[in-house]
Design a protein around this ligand. Structure first.
Ligand SMILES: *Cc1c(COP(=O)(O)O)cnc(C)c1O
Length: 369
């Protein structure tokens, strides 16, 4: 009988097994402590993140999406403003812009890095442009020195979407710490993930930090003294306690992902119908995803064959955001993003993926092409 292997796109079981004693102890401490929202673990986690990332303020929130919404508002973006971003991202990037009544303006990506094209970004600036959201996609840091140069020349706010790149660096500085605001997500599948929802906003600006803290808690500095209309976007103690256990491992886990990416690269290099992801080009990549391109219109077929062989892969993202029905008609065609949407395939990757698993993935991938 033929045994069918099952390889998921992300496997957290080793991590959970290793950390379980510490996690259970932390759960118990939270139960015994009796503070479940915004307690001592949240405070400590915020300080630990500020220190790791090198920012003055770190504000824990309910999700990465909330970090974007609150970050835009706290930095001074409002209804009617234009915000330039990439169409090749998770919907939440654009959704946050629309959520506050601003208008997303999509510009095309660099076909090699999958990240926003800076020449097109600069060309899209109008008198109504208020902000830029660069996205450090799949863990690869955007060339932030040049983003900041453009932003300074045109007086624009920069809100970094770092949901997929906790710990990645651009020119030796952490992604998310260049702009006015950096936004992170701790959704379980992210490279630093909680076991529920969570997010973080970082800034060096005291006014932005104060406003963000108010927006997180119903627009109040002091309970029941609500000053502006805000949100309920607090991080809970259990998630903060989990994240405090995981944060000290992040560099090692990111290195594990980089090693896995190198191994894929060695195994796949030189294959004609395959384009491999670049790294160390604009900054380093922490390989939140290892995303290849399968050319010649064969991507969906390859994915189906891999699935039949028990290997799970993902398509991030099948529809570029500017082509989603709610944004259709707003924008011209953005050919690189559209090409990528038709060709990308994200392979199984996690920090301690075994080389044998990667080799099994590659054997099936090459057989499927
Ligand atoms: C996951 C993600 C978000 C949203 O984060 P949540 O915590 O799920 O709200 C935003 N932007 C990008 C690029 C993401 O990958």
């Amino acid at each position: 009988m033929k045994t069918v292997q099952r390889i998921p796109v992300l496997d957290l079981s080793d991590e959970i097994e290793t950390l379980k004693p510490q996690l259970l102890k932390a759960f118990e401490d939270v139960l015994d402590g009796g503070a479940f929202i915004m307690g001592p673990n949240v405070k400590a986690f915020e300080q630990e993140c500020a220190s790791y990332l090198g920012t003055k303020h770190a504000i824990a929130l309910n999700s990465g999406t909330d970090a974007l919404v609150i970050g835009l508002l706290a930095a001074g973006v409002s209804a009617g403003d234009e915000v330039i971003t990439t169409p090749f991202t998770f919907f939440a990037t654009a959704e946050a812009i629309s959520q506050i009544g601003a208008t997303p303006v999509f510009v095309d990506v660099d076909i090699r890095t999958y990240n926003i094209n800076l020449e097109q970004l600069e060309a899209a600036i109008t008198p109504r442009t208020k902000a830029i959201i660069p996205v450090h996609l799949f863990g690869l840091a955007v060339d932030m020195d040049n983003v900041m140069k453009i932003a300074r020349e045109h007086g624009l706010i920069v809100v970094e979407d770092t949901a997929q790149a906790f710990g990645a660096e651009s020119g030796g500085k952490k992604a998310g710490t260049f702009g006015d605001v950096g936004c992170y997500s701790f959704f379980p599948s992210k490279n630093l993930g909680a076991y529920g929802d969570g997010g973080l906003l970082v800034t060096d600006n005291d006014e932005i930090a104060e406003k963000a803290e108010m927006l997180r808690a119903h627009g109040s500095k002091k309970k029941y003294h609500n000053e502006i209309v805000g949100y309920n976007s607090r991080l809970d103690e259990i998630q903060a306690a989990i994240l405090r256990i995981k944060l000290p491992h992040i560099d090692q886990w990111n290195e594990g992902r980089q090693q896995a990416a190198n191994h894929y690269h060695q195994l796949l290099e030189g294959n004609k119908n395959l384009i491999l992801p670049v790294y160390e080009e604009t900054g380093n990549s922490v390989f939140h995803q290892y995303t290849v391109r399968i050319t010649g219109g064969k991507r969906d077929d390859v994915q189906r064959k891999l699935a039949e062989a028990g290997i799970q892969t993902m398509i991030y993202y099948p529809i570029p955001v500017h082509q989603l029905p709610i944004y259709r008609g707003m924008n011209r065609s953005l050919p690189n993003a559209e090409t990528l949407a038709g060709e990308v395939l994200s392979l199984p990757i996690w920090p301690h993926i075994k080389p044998e698993i990667q080799e099994a993935v590659v054997v099936q991938l090459l057989r499927s092409m």
